[in-house]
Write a protein that binds this ligand. Structure first.
Ligand code: DGL
Length: 265
């Protein structure tokens, strides 16, 4: 095993997972891939997304010689893990909403699920709720606009608190809600803003540490750190390059896109 662990998301959300992986595996070399040309994923049709995610990930795995692929995106994982595992021979680690930990953490059996509109309605998510939280009241909020807010925040642009407050309102009407699952990897990047919006203390649960622990279990020989950690994007974006640099990915390259389906047709 020689290449880096490739972390994939539609945008900057996977960086919240990168932070957790680095905490658990400080020696591992990482690479980052984002499909920024097609962000956000949460509002795209399922069948199109499966083909797109498989094409982008397979191209980047080949380009990076990755030893493992982390799908640091709930919207992609709840849909495309099967396809990716069929097409790739390296380990593929997914991200799914932390329903089970939330069901264990809530003391009122009432928790929220904050995710993209795709993740909120997926059968995969429904099964998680049936299997681990059937005894709980789960308040689901589809908040695609928070993906944009997180993208803005990391680029140094203003976050719209009014918009965030509007998205989160359904949680606060349930007086007994004490826990919220951050079912999109972009959302832990807004933790300070989420706390500021909350009228009472709530526990926000994301999947970052669980994914990092899973990566550590799956990786048998850690790729050595050192040298430049590369990143790939599907569209050029100088502001994104700066964000990735701040997270230790010194060089943003354009993924060769000739074979990738770039439109929704
Ligand atoms: N970060 C992705 C997730 O965890 C969603 C972003 C998007 O909608 O593209 O679901």
């Amino acid at each position: 095993m020689s290449g880096p662990i490739l972390v994939f998301d539609s945008g900057v959300g996977g960086l919240s997972v990168v932070v957790a992986i680095r905490r658990h595996l400080p020696e591992a070399a990482l690479a980052y891939l984002c499909d920024n040309a097609m962000l956000p994923y949460g509002t795209k049709p399922d069948a199109w997304l499966v083909a797109r995610i498989a094409d982008v990930c397979c191209a980047a795995v080949a380009a990076s010689n990755a030893s493992a692929l982390v799908i640091a995106c709930n919207t992609a994982s709840t849909l495309a893990l099967r396809e990716l595992r069929m097409r790739l021979s390296i380990p593929v680690i997914g991200t799914v909403p932390a329903i089970k930990p939330a069901a264990m953490a809530t003391r009122s059996d009432t928790f929220g699920l904050l995710a993209t509109s795709a993740t909120v309605r997926r059968p995969y998510t429904e099964r998680l709720i049936q299997d681990f939280a059937a005894h709980c009241r789960v308040i689901r909020v589809a908040a695609d606009s928070l993906v944009t807010q997180a993208e803005r925040k990391l680029r140094g642009l203003a976050v719209d608190r009014g918009e965030m407050n509007r998205e989160l309102t359904p949680f606060w009407t349930a007086a007994e809600l004490d826990t919220v699952v951050l079912g999109c990897t972009h959302f832990p990047l807004l933790r300070d803003e989420l706390n500021a919006c909350a009228p009472r203390p709530v526990t926000w649960i994301d999947s970052g540490d669980a994914i990092a622990r899973r990566v550590a279990q799956v990786i048998t020989g850690i790729a050595p750190a050192g040298g430049v950690e590369f990143a790939w994007s599907s569209a050029p974006d100088p502001a994104l390059a700066k964000v990735l640099e701040a997270y230790g990915f010194a060089s943003l390259q354009s993924l060769r896109a000739s074979s990738l389906p770039l439109s929704l047709d």
